[in-house]
Design a protein around this ligand. Structure first.
Ligand code: NAD
Ligand code: TYD
Length: 371
């Protein structure tokens, strides 16, 4: 088993990253060290997702959690963070993550996802080389979080395996594919110890409400139209965010260096069927009649280049590392619906930009408190 003292999480104020920080600092993970959360706080980053973590782990004489506001494209900021905290593991979540936004404006996807990943890899390589000399035996790890979207689109049958050739089709997936290739290139060329995971669609608390599941839940609560792209028959494989993070932690501790692992929910749903299921759950939780909610379904123009089906074969991580999903779709969706019903303040802040004022009030002009 690998052990680390200081884990640098990039994108820790986002959806999956904030859930990962909460998990890592919980007893359940067994991690005893310090987490440094580096995030630029773009529209998708929200420190309000971590208030409990900051309270429990951010203070005292030996804090186990620090937030640093920084851009992963800013080489000198990243160098300072490695030096100041003596980072020995990186879990790289930070990215521009929404396909629709990548169609409207691809540039940020290229600079953050490709150049930002390059910057992190190169700083890690140089910093760890200075300390350990030979990288291949160094007790360090760069773990890269990626998506199944790099594999392209499936027809009615078949699954993505770790050997499926890359065939990205949106600016988002192309930028993630580029970052995956750089991670592997740094391993093969410089001996940087890396692991990489490609995951299917995540859902759960703290997801920015531009993505399908939180968007639909909130629109139902607010009696707004439920926009379904195209014929609604595109298929996604859904995984509860906590199951994803447990899998990532398994790979970081026990996975083979230089290898990639697919993570999936084995839980394929046509978008329109998923929406009907969500309507049933929201109706049960709110008392809104199902028929009224169904009237809100609105078929809209399809997303350009909309991938038809994603489906993950996660035999490798199951067999090699003994991971499996633990949250059923019913349980996960219900928890998610309840979370959005109970956390309207979080939703209102993240949607209105209000949380930026909150950050300034709580953390001062710089946003961050360190560096
Ligand atoms: P998110 O959009 O919720 O969060 C991304 C975070 O990165 C935000 O906090 C944002 O402020 C930060 N960030 C963006 N640009 C930055 C920069 N230049 N410097 C520093 N921080 C920056 O995304 P998410 O859904 O949590 O996804 C996290 C990772 O997981 C991404 O790499 C994504 O590609 C991958 N992934 C997501 C899913 C999914 O379903 N959400 C599935 C598979 C893989
Ligand atoms: P999304 O949550 O954007 O994730 P991704 O595109 O990365 O899979 O979308 C999930 C599916 O839902 C995808 O097939 C597009 C579709 N979709 C809609 O039909 N309507 C919407 O408003 C959104 C945001 C997505």
């Amino acid at each position: 088993m690998r052990n680390f003292n200081t884990i640098l999480i990039t994108g820790g104020a986002g959806f999956i990253g904030s859930n990962m920080i909460r998990y890592l600092l919980s007893e359940e993970s067994g991690f005893k060290g310090v987490v440094i959360n580096v995030d630029l706080l773009t529209y998708a980053g929200n420190l309000e997702s971590l208030i409990d973590v900051e309270k429990s782990f951010g203070g005292g004489s030996n804090p186990r959690y620090k937030f640093v506001k920084a851009d992963i494209r800013d080489r000198s900021a990243i160098e300072n963070i490695f030096k100041n905290y003596n980072v020995d593991c990186v879990i790289h979540f930070a990215a521009e993550s929404h396909v629709d936004r990548s169609i409207l404006g691809p540039e940020a996807f290229i600079t953050t996802n490709v150049l930002g990943t390059y910057t992190l890899l190169d700083v890690a390589r140089k910093y760890w080389q200075e300390i350990y000399g030979t990288l291949s035996d160094a007790p360090v790890l760069f773990h890269h979080i990626s998506t199944d979207e790099v594999y392209g689109s499936l027809g009615d049958t078949g699954y993505f395996t770790e050997n499926t050739p890359y065939d990205p089709r949106s600016p988002y997936s192309a930028s993630k594919a580029g970052s995956d290739h750089l991670v592997m290139a740094y391993h093969h060329t410089y001996g940087l110890p890396v692991t990489l995971t490609n995951c299917s669609n995540n859902y759960g608390p703290y997801q920015f409400p531009e993505k399908f599941i939180p968007l639909m839940i909130l629109n139902m609560i607010e009696d707004k139209p439920l926009p379904v792209y195209g014929d609604g028959k595109n298929i996604r494989d859904w995984l509860y965010v906590e199951d994803h993070n447990v899998a990532v932690w398994q790979v970081i501790r026990y996975g083979k260096v230089g290898e990639k692992y697919n993570i999936g929910g084995e839980n394929e749903w046509e978008n329109i069927r998923l929406l009907e299921y969500l309507i049933q759950i929201v109706s049960e939780e709110t008392g809104k009649p199902q028929e009224k909610l169904k009237e809100l379904i609105t078929f809209v123009k399809d997303r350009p280049g909309h991938d038809r089906r994603y489906a993950i074969d996660c035999t490798k991580i199951k067999h090699e590392l003994g991971w499996k999903q633990s949250v059923s779709f019913e349980e996960g969706l219900r928890k998610t619906v309840k979370w959005y019903l109970d956390n309207r303040k979080w939703v209102d802040h993240i949607r209105s930009g209000e949380y930026l004022k909150w950050i300034e009030k709580n953390y001062g002009e710089r946003g961050g408190r360190v560096c």
